[in-house]
Ligand binder design. Structure first.
Ligand code: AMP
Ligand code: MG
Length: 408
């Protein structure tokens, strides 16, 4: 019988389904103080309510002067204006006043003589370095004109963007709510690190991997106990989580083994958006709905978790928040040839190098098995080999996705 959901689909088809589902499940927005904004996705356009700078001011400590070139005998000093309250100072031709960086420019001032170049003799100011008009003056609006749209809904908030919002006087911004995420690892062979292993058991590495991948995205994943390979228990626990989380992410139990229960569970109790994507690693990836939650069933092998999360998992999280800003990726030349024997899109581990001429190269790691976590830990990118089998010569330009969040 043919399944009634897309299966063995291409990476691009999977991405398209994720985009459509995410767009139909967009999370609401909330207003947050700027200090909580890092990495959040803006839910409104940001239009400048004021100019920046908001008044003409000095870029240096020194003296504001009127009268260029310097009058014979220099300028006559007539007061001072420090950063802070504007004293309403006005300069007549031939006059100057002491000023500090960020202080409002006295009316009529034409240039700033910086302190290091100034000579004072009583109330006379002279300099050997005659300034030109506008030297060291910051004009109102030269950075931002009021009414300019500076950021758009879907942009991601960085420290500089949050600083900009503060400069504009905004104390809060509307951002997309972040998805709540429950994380499950599955498998009778799993023991938490710190516990002794009986024969046949392994430590649960995906929990640490997946939780920190989510933390790196600014999410606050909630981890549940390791699930045994027992359908009734898996069903009860996942349905429980699906009640209270936007997203349930599992790993393991999605391929074709006797103990891989998740695909049948999702089909019986929820809805399957797709199962199996022609990618390597990560082929058995499962995506669907359980209750009101989206369920992303990642394969069990740790490198598959890394590759499927960074590509399609993160795409789902981005889509739910309406993120429009693309993820960073680089283009680099293969440092060695790669022979590709299958026609799936491949995400190989690789290490970036930059040569003296500024050209990026990527060294593919020969350890390609999806259980080879040490190979993933020793590299910094997933290099993308497109669909189709064949030779990729050294020098071929490939996409590279950073996969070592937290290191840079
Ligand atoms: P599965 O898809 O459940 O058959 O798992 C595929 C492979 O990944 C098996 O070798 C599992 O032992 C391994 N695996 C599954 N879950 C984890 C985990 N949480 N940590 C480490 N390895 C895992
Ligand atoms: Mg398993």
């Amino acid at each position: 019988m043919r399944p009634d959901f897309p299966t063995r689909i291409s990476f691009d088809e999977a991405a398209g389904i994720i985009d459509r589902v995410a767009a139909s499940r967009r999370l609401s927005s909330e207003r947050i103080p700027l200090q909580r904004g890092l990495g959040r996705v803006l839910a409104e356009d940001l239009v400048a309510p004021i100019a920046l700078p908001n008044f003409d001011n000095s870029a240096m400590d020194g003296f504001a002067v009127r009268g260029l070139p310097m009058p014979d005998g220099g300028w006559q000093l007539v007061g001072e204006q420090f950063a802070g309250a504007d004293r309403g100072l006005a300069l007549a031709p031939g006059q100057g006043s002491r000023i500090t960086t960020g202080a409002s420019l006295p009316a009529g001032a034409e240039a700033i003589v910086i302190k290091e170049n100034a000579r004072l003799d009583g109330d006379r100011l002279t300099t050997d370095r005659a300034p030109s008009a506008n030297d060291h003056i910051r004009r109102a609006g030269e950075d931002v004109q009021p009414g300019t749209q500076l950021l758009s809904a879907g942009d991601v908030l960085t420290p500089a963007r949050l600083g900009l919002a503060a400069a504009l006087g905004l104390a809060e911004l509307a951002v997309a709510r972040r998805p709540t995420v429950a994380v499950f690892t599955t498998g009778d062979e799993l023991k938490p690190p710190g516990q002794a292993l009986a024969p046949g058991e392994i430590h649960d590495s995906n929990r640490a991997l997946l939780q920190t991948l989510l933390l790196a995205e600014g999410l606050e994943p909630v981890a549940w106990p390791i699930l045994p390979d027992e359908p009734a228990r898996i069903t009860a626990m996942l349905e429980d989580a699906a009640f209270s989380f936007d997203l349930v992410i599992t790993c393991g139990g999605v391929s074709a083994g006797e103990k891989d229960h998740l695909p049948a569970l999702l089909q019986a109790r929820g809805e399957t958006h797709f199962w199996k994507v022609r990618m390597k690693p990560g082929m058995p990836l499962l995506f669907g709905r359980l209750g009101e939650a989206r369920l992303l069933g990642l394969p069990g092998n740790p490198v598959s978790v890394l590759a499927t999360f960074l590509t399609l998992g993160r795409r789902l999280i981005d889509g739910l928040q309406g993120r429009k800003e693309p993820r960073t990726h680089w283009r680099a030349r293969l440092a060695q040839p790669v022979h590709k024997r299958h026609d799936r899109r491949e995400f190989m581990r690789g290490r970036l190098q930059v040569d003296a001429g500024g050209q990026l190269h990527v060294v593919p790691d020969a350890a390609t098995g999806s259980h080879r976590l040490a190979a993933a830990a020793g590299n910094d990118v997933l290099l993308v080999l497109p669909e189709g089998a064949g030779e990729f010569d050294a020098g071929t330009v490939v996409d590279c996705l950073p996969c070592a969040a937290g290191r840079g």
